[in-house]
Write a protein that binds this ligand. Structure first.
Ligand SMILES: Cc1cc2nc3c(=O)[nH]c(=O)nc-3n(C[C@H](O)[C@H](O)[C@H](O)COP(=O)(O)OP(=O)(O)OC[C@H]3O[C@@H](n4cnc5c(N)ncnc54)[C@H](O)[C@@H]3O)c2cc1C
Length: 415
């Protein structure tokens, strides 16, 4: 072979692919990462392609800390001390509090582009000499041989081939790797879109995240720095255009009507963006010489804020396995089977919870509304049930101290 030879090629350097690259930067593995977008450095101006923010659960913060990017990331984040869940016009509500679990926070909210820059900027020629970045570059073809796979990529007008023992598909919900390999996926369109924007409010958010279910869809308000809140409003697809075209004033009035007055008056609205919402997951997480991680493997409704959190656990599992594997054994099916054994049950659990939540809270039927309100009251009144929920939300239910590499996750408690 006369192409450059790598142990691993990571296709996609978004939040998940970049996290994997960052977590493998101290290993002897020779790694290539390619992405359609330029790679950020510590001094790159953060490009805001939209106002998406990520609610990291507690376990994800621990994983990012293990990767060595949290110290920088925490500068841009706000801890979530409380989550308040309610239904418009209903009698039930529930609150989850960090102090009840003796945790420093239930999670952390951080702008997605800031998080991406923080992760990418630890992967540079100086800090990660084992990693070669190809950007802006596009994967166009894959060619399999018995002991390796060759990726044809284009960078501008240049086409080149890279060979590796393992391709990791981290190329998002419309994964090119998945399409090239004709991997079957299960898909369900919720006929909903998430409208996201930053809003300022009359009262400070006090590090409380709100989730309010109602006839006009689900409203999530997450605490941001400068006392802003990040709005994620899941509306019916049929209403998306209307909500995107309303004047700021009328949009805020609608939001006030459906969210209520817990944060006082909504004062100012940032730029809006809309994302169609669907559930997608693939039937096979691995193929010979290929593994899928992040949104390329599972794309979720953001109602429970679990997509990246789950993708980061894929990263932790795979990095843990790869960092303990001799380079010549990378791509070995037994290693990849271990990744499936670790992550498949986690995927099934999170997909089931998220999908049930969307369906339960999308129904307008009166018995369903009663059932939801009673459930919210029951969760609030029954500490063991509440604890179970918080463990799911914080990711701690997915935490056996199973990560044995440098990514070992430590659960700290509030002093
Ligand atoms: C409105 C909304 C709110 C959300 N909120 C949360 C939240 O609070 N918490 C949470 O955990 N998750 C949340 N998510 C989910 C989260 O955003 C995703 O799970 C996460 O961004 C997935 O990261 P990824 O790296 O797998 O995919 P992506 O972010 O899609 O990255 C894929 C990368 O691959 C590159 N790429 C694609 N094709 C190619 C190709 N052919 N060649 C080379 N490169 C390629 C792309 O340029 C991109 O950089 C939310 C999602 C939405 C829509």
């Amino acid at each position: 072979m006369n192409q450059p030879i790598f142990d691993v090629i990571i296709v996609g350097g978004g939040l998940v692919g970049a996290s994997l690259a960052a977590s493998l930067r101290h290993t002897p593995l020779r790694i290539a990462v390619l992405d359609l977008q330029p790679w950020a450095t510590a001094t790159t101006e953060v490009i805001s392609y939209d106002e998406r923010v990520i609610a990291l659960n507690y376990l994800s913060k621990q994983i990012l800390q293990g990767i060595g990017v949290w110290q920088e990331g925490m500068k841009y984040s706000v801890p979530i001390q409380q989550i308040h869940v309610s239904e418009q016009g209903g009698f039930g509500f529930t609150r989850f509090m960090a102090q009840e679990l003796n945790l420093p926070a239930l999670g952390y909210v951080i702008p997605a582009n800031q998080l991406l820059q923080t992760i990418q900027s630890v992967v540079t020629p100086d800090t990660a000499p084992n990693i070669t970045i190809f950007t802006p570059a596009q994967l166009v073809q894959l060619h399999f041989q018995p002991d390796c796979v060759t990726a044809t990529i284009t960078t501008g007008t240049i086409t080149q081939s890279l060979a590796a023992r393992l391709i990791i598909a981290a190329d998002g919900g419309n994964s090119q790797v998945r399409q090239l390999l004709k991997i079957e996926c299960r898909e369900f369109h919720y006929e909903q879109a998430a409208i996201i924007a930053n809003v300022s409010t009359e009262y400070p958010h006090q590090q409380i995240a709100y989730e309010r279910f109602g006839r006009a869809g689900t409203i999530a308000l997450l605490p941001l720095q400068s006392n802003l809140c990040s709005l994620v409003w899941s509306v019916k697809t049929a209403q998306q255009d209307e909500y995107m075209q309303l004047s700021d004033k009328i949009f805020l009035a609608r939001l006030q009507q459906h969210f209520g007055w817990r944060l006082g008056r909504f004062l100012k609205l940032g730029q809006r963006a809309a994302h169609p919402l669907r559930l997608m997951h693939i039937s096979q997480l691995i193929q010979p010489h290929v593994a899928f991680i992040g949104n390329a493997a599972h794309t979720l409704h953001p109602v429970a804020g679990q997509g990246f959190n789950l993708g980061l656990r894929d990263v932790a599992s795979l990095a843990d396995l790869l960092s303990q594997t001799a380079p010549e054994a990378i791509g070995n099916q037994e290693i990849l089977q271990n990744y499936v054994a670790r992550q498949h049950p986690d995927h099934q659990r999170v997909i089931t919870i998220t999908d049930s939540l969307v369906r339960t809270f999308s129904s307008d039927l009166l018995p369903m509304r009663w059932a939801r309100n009673l459930s919210l009251l029951a969760i609030d009144a029954l500490p063991p049930l509440k604890k179970l929920f918080v463990q799911q939300m914080t990711g701690l239910s997915a935490y056996p101290s199973r990560l044995t590499s440098g990514l070992t996750v430590q659960v700290e408690t509030k002093e």
